[in-house]
Unconditional design. Structure first.
Length: 448
């Protein structure tokens, strides 16, 4: 029998550049992530702005990941303006996101829990733009590889359903009153690696729907750190060499984190936990990347759409809750913040323009949303996406709200769905985001 030759498909050619800038603020900068004041007195590890600039020969995009708690439009818009002026990149083709570390500076303009270091923030757009410019100026030919692996046992839903139908964060209180986790997890760790002509991995993006903190430091932490995503990045450099650019894109984390609720001998918090996550998830990312086949389609395209969504409007019931708290003494930091935030809420009856962005890279999609969304919302986007891999990325390009819960969880009381403190927009925001994203995805794939 005559042996048949197998068909060979050539990998698609792209150009990519990689760069990073240290963005660590000076000591004495207030730390974000909790409802009370903390001030940085030491640096455990530096914070970075990491940039990838990618081109298919016709279209160019920039993806920037900041080791910060979130982004806000006051510095993102300035950074994008600098990038457009200095590199020619259309600002719609620039995605800026954050890794959600809770041991970094406060950057939020509205809804911030502690004060901001305005002098440091004033220089942040320059550092971001410099990273993109350097990446743009040092592009090299690459092929792309999209990978995926399940990381079961790493991600846990942090919300629990009570017997009365309400929900709470964690397992505090009467354990017999809890029925179980109130939502799903998405254990898939997805990667996009950039391989040069010699077969060397020059950059690797990793995406997972697990809270970027707090792991390495809790409410008493007084140091700066990139937390477990920084440890994954550090261990990827141990695997692939010091010149590789590792980049974390925060997945859906509104109702998840890396802490199990059962008794275990393994470390659950602190440096030991962050190191364990760094080693384990770096290994998982390498496993996914090393099994991934090169992409054979040279296609790069972007969609940006603004969706008008009503803000939450205060109700008499909410104001009664505030009045009851004000009659009490010795409020917790969270309760005091809630009272102040509700009384000063400026958005009753107003509309928010919510920016959504979708980037198509070969057969892979990156969906960028400007909030922390609950896992089920991301799973719906992935379920109906035409892409072979869909990376849902939070905390992108602006900050229009803190959390977006599912429509059936907004009235159940858990953290992440609390009005004004957690949720700024209407109850059906998640559905509106899903619908808009799916239209954008279909438009990008139908344009092929």
């Amino acid at each position: 029998m005559k042996e048949q030759a197998s068909a060979t498909i050539a990998p698609a050619a792209y150009e990519a550049g990689f760069a990073e800038q240290i963005i660590t603020p000076p000591l004495g900068t207030p730390l974000a992530g909790f409802f009370h004041n903390r001030v940085s007195v030491r640096i455990r590890d530096d914070l970075h702005a990491r940039a990838v600039v990618l081109s298919d020969g016709r279209t160019r995009v920039a993806i920037i990941s900041l080791e910060l708690i979130c982004v806000d439009s006051d510095f993102v818009d300035k950074a994008k303006a600098l990038i457009e002026a200095e590199t020619g990149l259309d600002s719609d083709h620039v995605m800026i996101t954050a890794t959600h570390t809770h041991t970094g500076p406060e950057v939020r303009l509205v809804g911030n829990k502690v004060s901001r270091n305005e002098a440091w923030l004033a220089g942040l757009p320059r550092l971001i733009a410099d990273a993109v410019r350097q990446a743009r100026e040092h592009s090299i030919p690459v092929t792309l590889r999209a990978g995926k692996v399940a990381t079961d046992g790493y991600v846990f839903n942090r919300l629990f359903k009570r017997r009365d139908g309400t929900e709470q964060m964690g397992r505090g209180g009467d354990a017999s009153d809890l029925l179980g986790p109130a939502g799903p997890v998405d254990p898939d760790l997805q990667t996009l690696s950039f391989v040069d002509e010699k077969g060397t991995v020059r950059g690797i993006i990793f995406n997972l729907g697990m809270h970027g903190g707090p792991t390495i430091g809790g409410g008493d932490a007084d140091f700066i750190s990139a937390d477990w995503p920084g440890e994954v990045a550090r261990h990827l450099r141990l695997l692939y060499g010091p010149d590789v650019l590792p980049m974390y894109l925060q997945g859906s984390c509104g109702d998840t984190w890396p802490h199990p609720y059962t008794n275990r001998i393994l470390p659950q918090n602190g440096t030991a936990k962050a190191l364990a996550l760094g080693r384990g998830l770096a290994g998982a990312a390498a496993y996914a990347a090393e099994r991934a086949e090169p992409e054979t389609l040279a296609r790069l395209s972007v969609r940006v759409r603004h969706v008008d969504i009503p803000y939450y409007t205060r109700t008499p019931e909410l104001m009664d809750e505030v009045a009851e708290l004000k009659r009490r003494s010795n409020l917790t930091a969270a309760e005091a913040y809630f009272v102040k935030a509700v009384e000063e809420w400026p958005f009753d009856g107003k509309i928010c323009r919510v920016p959504l962005q979708v980037i198509r890279i070969a057969q892979l999609a990156i969906v960028a949303v400007p909030a922390q969304i609950f896992t089920q919302i991301a799973l719906e986007m992935k379920r109906w996406s035409p892409a072979s891999h869909t990376l849902v990325v939070e905390l992108c390009n602006a900050r229009v709200t803190s959390y977006v819960p599912t429509a059936d969880q907004v009235e159940r009381g858990a953290y992440g769905s609390r009005p004004i403190v957690s949720r700024w927009l209407s109850a059906d925001t998640g559905r509106r985001m899903i619908d808009a994203v799916l239209v954008m995805l279909q438009e990008l794939w139908e344009a092929t």
